[in-house]
Design a protein around this ligand. Structure first.
Ligand SMILES: NC(=O)c1ccc[n+]([C@@H]2O[C@H](COP(=O)([O-])OP(=O)(O)OC[C@H]3O[C@@H](n4cnc5c(N)ncnc54)[C@H](OP(=O)(O)O)[C@@H]3O)[C@@H](O)[C@H]2O)c1
Length: 294
């Protein structure tokens, strides 16, 4: 199976008019920033945007990607059309609000767990030369009005990049465990990558490096529950846009809004502050939260 990253993104990012609610229109500031204690943003802001059923599922079943039929159509059918639809283009919103210049997805959005990616030529050079950031000048020096990075976490080297998009550049987050054949493939394809982690991608290092190496100021995660759950556990989520479709999916193991490792006994959940809530006649609900700083 060959992933088509840009298609995957487009399938969940309809170009709808941007609708700024009163709360969403204001630049978000953490509680500490509001009291003037911590005005310095040390890493790129991370905003998560997810569509889910009312029971919090983000897919119909595991290993049936939303970018593939019949899931795409079934997923769309969960939200009845409505003249006062609450759907918005969150990418446009965070671009306007924060100058957001990177989309983040996990490899699980593009390649199902049971897929066997096509084989790559064996790399027979010195592997050490591959395990440093690859940021070719001809890619990173182009600065269209707002340069966007389509970023994928892929320590196992599973995504094959079969398409180019004129308004986006691909950025892959890899680790020292990523196969050399894959890094060599990315270099041949002139696809940028950051080596951030040992066994797998260290998300704190990754987000920080996106800021320091590429000047990224805000990351919009359009990921599934695996990556969003890992971002949550890493304490990286600043905001959540959650759109609920009026449907129930059920099913233990079906990806949900936040998967990843469970809380330890006695560990507190992450508290949220509601910034806006909207409903439409079709039964969809759009919620916008900020993560409370502990
Ligand atoms: N409804 C929606 O809005 C929405 C949005 C996106 C996706 N989806 C659906 O959700 C499903 C995919 O969800 P998923 O949970 O299977 O995939 P996923 O969110 O892509 O999660 C897997 C990714 O997260 C990375 N990851 C997981 N834990 C990590 C950790 N502790 N540290 C670093 N990286 C970590 C994995 O990295 P490595 O593989 O590199 O280890 C992998 O790239 C698909 O069916 C897709 O269609 C729905």
């Amino acid at each position: 199976m060959r992933g088509s990253p840009q298609d995957g993104f487009a399938a969940r990012a309809p170009s709808l008019p941007v609708e700024l609610s009163a709360a969403a229109g204001r630049p978000w500031r953490s509680p500490a920033q509001r009291t003037g204690e911590d005005p310095v943003q040390k890493r790129p802001r991370v905003v998560v945007s997810v569509e889910a059923s009312v029971d919090g599922k983000v897919a119909l079943t595991r290993n049936a990607l939303l970018m593939h039929q019949p899931s795409t159509e079934l997923w769309a059918s969960m939200t009845p059309e409505s003249s006062d639809s609450v759907a918005i283009d969150v990418t446009e919103l965070v671009k306007q609000q924060y100058g957001c210049n990177a989309i983040l997805e996990g490899s699980g959005s593009l390649v199902s767990e049971d897929a066997i990616p096509s084989e790559l030529p064996t790399y027979d050079g010195d592997p050490d030369t591959l395990y440093e950031h690859f940021l070719p000048a001809e890619v990173i020096e182009q600065r269209t009005p707002l340069h966007m990075w389509f970023t994928i976490v892929d320590s196992r080297g599973r995504v094959r990049w079969t398409e180019r998009h004129e308004n986006w550049d691909a950025l892959v987050l890899v680790a020292r465990s990523t196969p050399a054949d894959y890094l060599s493939y990315l270099r041949r394809e002139r696809i940028c990558y950051l080596v951030v982690g040992e066994e797998r991608v260290d998300l704190n290092r990754a987000v920080a490096a996106m800021g320091t190496e590429l000047g990224i100021t805000c990351v919009l995660s359009n990921a599934g529950g695996g990556l969003n759950g890992a971002l949550l556990r890493a304490g990286l989520i600043d905001e959540l846009h959650l759109t609920l479709a009026p449907a129930l999916i059920g099913g233990l193991g079906t990806p949900s809004v936040m998967d990843g490792s469970p809380l330890s006994v006695g560990e507190a959940p992450t508290r949220l502050e509601l910034l806006s809530a909207q409903t439409d006649a079709g039964g969809a609900v759009r919620l916008h939260y900020a993560v409370r700083q502990s």
